[in-house]
Design a protein around this ligand. Structure first.
Ligand code: SF4
Ligand code: SF4
Length: 378
């Protein structure tokens, strides 16, 4: 990789780097000898670009429901384009799925394609994970009324980090993206949770303001940074907008939402159209993570929601049974030192996120994307 490419890569990873302290804390606080050995093994197998792995994923998403109260225009839940029936995971299913990942998990994110606090069992679910000494975090829009009793349950649940999506400092700017949301409700929930946490004498959950920097709100960044503690947040993190997975080449959508400040262009359709991929690295999701959907379907990363992209069903199978199946071997083979002779086609073949040295149809993929983009622009 050239120096310029490395600098570009670092700049685009700035958002991820801000999350590293959380991951490091989970590792230091929650790793047992066995989990630490699995973590080191997974990272070694990633660096060696193995296709068949002896290690198991250590970072999980469990999506407790794919239902939401808002209509964010770049989210496939918000724009009603989910490729899986909308459903709530119940506590019994949650416990049985969690039991299968628990031996390896260092950190569990209890969300992906919905608003997790709408699930009435969420407090029990968090407490169940925390009881097993595994790091927990949850991302919420917090844009619905929460009672004091609910906020107290959240403060007592053992949740380590609450990520609150709030992209603006006034209602006019906020609701351009968080359609159907109410900024005063969000602030009120944050303030009351902060107060309840103090009353109970607990330090968690840490409350993080996640401010996605769009074209329409980038001028409010400094004001947000100044005000975050006054509102009740512990930290603030600015992050890049993500375009929907099927629209990553859509330059019109990018022109509408992406900010002027190029530091927040982690996904850049123009770069994709030029280069056909975003990241020079191999896909780390295939070594570190798994995303469990509300029906138990397992996808290799958090970007995918369509059931047809599932790599396995954790309801009926195990991590051991899924992790080296034909789909996983074929997907890793796109990056492996020794590619498979007859790989299966998976959703990873057309993924534009990571450079795929072994993907023969890459040129066709780019041509298709360019054609799709032309259609979008008409
Ligand atoms: S709040 Fe989150 S899950 Fe809901 S529509 Fe917006 S981005 Fe999607
Ligand atoms: S779809 Fe892309 S990001 Fe997801 S696992 Fe496959 S290659 Fe990685």
């Amino acid at each position: 990789m050239t120096l310029i490419a490395q600098i570009e890569n670092l700049r685009r990873h700035a958002g991820y780097l801000q999350r590293y302290p959380r991951h490091l804390k989970a590792l230091l606080t929650h790793a047992t000898v066995k989990k630490l050995a699995n973590f080191i093994h997974a990272e070694a197998e990633r660096l060696l670009r193995c296709a068949r792995l002896k290690s198991r994923p250590y970072y999980y998403w469990i999506d407790v429901n794919n239902i939401c109260n808002l209509r964010c225009p770049l989210c496939d839940t918000g724009r009603k384009a989910l490729g899986r029936p909308r459903q709530m995971m119940d506590f019994e299913l949650f416990k049985s799925l969690f039991a299968k990942i628990e031996p390896y998990a260092l950190e569990v994110c209890l969300y992906n394609w919905g608003e997790p606090l709408l699930n009435p069992d969420i407090y029990r679910m968090i407490a169940h994970v925390a009881k097993h000494r595994i790091g927990t975090n949850l991302s919420t829009n917090f844009s619905f009324p929460m009672t004091d009793a609910q906020l107290e349950k959240l403060a007592r649940s053992g949740l380590e980090q609450l990520i609150v999506s709030l992209d603006g400092i006034d209602q006019t700017v906020y609701e351009i993206y968080r359609q159907g949301g109410n900024i005063q409700t969000v602030r009120d929930n944050v303030q009351r949770l902060h107060t309840i946490r103090e009353r109970l004498g607990v330090k968690t959950p840490q409350i993080e303001w996640q401010f996605i920097v769009f074209k329409h709100n980038e001028h409010q960044r400094d004001e947000a940074r100044r005000r975050h503690q006054q509102i009740g947040f512990d930290t603030i993190r600015f992050s890049s907008p993500g375009l929907p997975y099927v629209d990553m080449f859509n330059t019109d959508l990018a022109a509408r939402y992406m900010p002027q400040n190029k530091n927040y262009w982690q996904y850049n359709p123009n770069l994709l159209l030029d280069k056909e991929y975003i990241d020079e690295q191999i896909c780390h999701y295939l070594y570190r993570t798994a995303a469990v959907n509300p029906d138990g379907g397992l996808t290799p990363c958090c970007f995918l929601h369509e059931a047809k992209h599932d790599f396995g069903d954790l309801k009926t199978d195990t991590i051991d049974g899924i992790w080296n199946n034909a789909k996983y071997l074929s997907a890793r083979s796109l990056f492996a030192k020794t590619p498979l002779k007859q790989p299966q086609t998976t959703c990873c073949d057309t993924c534009p996120l990571f450079k795929q040295p072994n993907n023969r149809p890459a040129q066709k993929r780019l041509a298709r994307a360019r054609a799709a983009n032309r259609k979008i622009k008409k």
